[in-house]
Design a protein around this ligand. Structure first.
Ligand code: NAI
Ligand code: MG
Length: 360
């Protein structure tokens, strides 16, 4: 008797600019490892983007989120394009997906890949994860503008921190740390921000007591940013609010060598809704259309997606392929100081995967 291979339905949103250049390499890589590990990925290609917005006035169809709510995952390139305000692409697509699908964890692993020179002397052993709160905090629509254009014009923007929201992100960080080196750093600023941040600190302290095997500390965001540059290898899991996590993860990605290699997952840990995987970088209008975008951020994101789908061996094959291709003397795109094209970098990863023994 033969049983049919597992199948996963993936909503694919290449988006704009280099998003459309790095997603095809990701799909090609996914198909290769799926074939090696005996599962099938079915893609629904969606044109949701600023290009679509310029034609139709909307980043996605009205019923867009309903159409993909039952998918197993979303793979996204990048959205944003000159001429379309960035808040349109963010609030018209990314934030609705994150909120509607309860993707309250933004997971950003940062690792210095072997053979890749980072900008820092001591970046060698960097292996950390930023766990960013993804659906509340400083990114809220609550607030407004008053007296527009007048001398006493003002703007107010409220931050929103809820007990359930902070509790679940902190728990996620501690649970993740327990599977890694067992150390959590909480980003705070309770000296300057006197309501929300002490509340955050209190909940961190409460929840930490439930994880006796995990060490933890809190650090003010300014000092933490400085230490992340001076001693990035000291960190294992960093848990942070939406804004602090956004900034820290871009900083940490740069510490690891290039924004072009950094991956991200927007996770609904309950698995009620699809989680979304995307490279950290944007649409890079400055290099779009030249065929030189680094595909590694998208490939690494695809690997995170495979892990989430329950295909860890296939996920490891993708990472091993990336590492082999980049290893000393290997292929490098211009952002890493080389001259390789997106195609050449992708082919090197595909070749490395093909040449390696199957992961499991
Ligand atoms: P960006 O990440 O697009 O580009 C920053 C710099 O890094 C540029 O010089 C670019 O050439 C370089 N770069 C980025 N990814 C690269 C890659 N894979 N290979 C080689 N070089 C790479 O950030 P920027 O310029 O601030 O934003 C451009 C547009 O992208 C904006 O419209 C912004 O809103 C959007 N954006 C979208 C994001 C998303 O979809 N999640 C995230 C960040 C920005
Ligand atoms: Mg960012």
């Amino acid at each position: 008797m033969t049983s049919s291979p597992p199948e996963y339905r993936i909503a694919v949103i290449p988006g704009d600019g280099i998003g459309t250049e790095v997603i095809p390499p990701a799909l090609q890589t996914l198909d290769l490892v799926a074939a090696r590990h005996g599962f099938v990925l079915r893609y629904d290609h969606l044109d949701w983007s600023c290009t679509r917005y310029l034609v139709t006035g909307a980043m996605m169809p009205d019923d867009g989120l309903d159409r993909i709510a039952g998918h197993d995952a979303v793979l996204l390139g990048a959205v944003g394009w000159p001429g379309v305000p960035d808040h349109v692409s963010l609030w018209g697509l990314l934030i609705p997906i994150r909120r509607r699908f309860r993707q309250y964890v933004n997971l950003r692993p940062i690792r210095v890949l072997p053979g890749l020179p980072g900008p820092l002397r001591d970046a060698g052993a960097v292996d950390l994860v930023v766990v960013r709160e993804n659906v509340e905090g400083e990114y809220s629509e609550i607030g407004g503008r008053l007296n527009r254009g007048l001398p006493d014009e003002m703007a107010v923007q409220e931050s929103v921190f809820t007990r359930p929201g902070v509790t679940r992100i902190v728990d996620h960080a501690f649970e993740l740390a327990a599977t890694r080196r067992g150390d959590v750093t909480s980003a705070t600023k309770s000296n300057g921000i006197v309501h929300t941040m002490p509340f955050w600190d209190e909940i961190v302290r409460e929840r930490a007591a439930r994880y006796p095997g995990v060490t933890w500390r809190q650090e003010h965001i300014d000092a933490l940013a400085a230490k992340l540059v001076l001693r990035p290898s000291a960190y294992d899991v960093i848990v942070a609010s939406n804004l602090f996590g956004d900034i820290l993860s871009d900083l940490a990605a740069a510490v690891a060598g290039s924004i072009g290699i950094a991956p991200a997952g927007n996770i609904d840990p309950s698995r009620q809704f699809p989680s979304m995987f995307e490279p950290v970088h944007g649409s890079a209008p400055d290099i779009a259309g030249q065929g030189i975008a680094n595909p590694v951020g998208a490939l690494w994101s695809a690997s995170m997606m495979l892990d989430h789908l329950g295909q860890p061996d296939a996920a490891r094959d993708v990472m091993a392929g990336i590492e082999t291709a980049l290893a000393d003397g290997g292929v490098r795109t211009p952002d890493l100081g080389g001259t390789a094209t997106t195609r050449e970098m992708t082919d090197a990863v595909l070749a490395a995967i093909t040449a390696a023994p199957t992961g499991a």
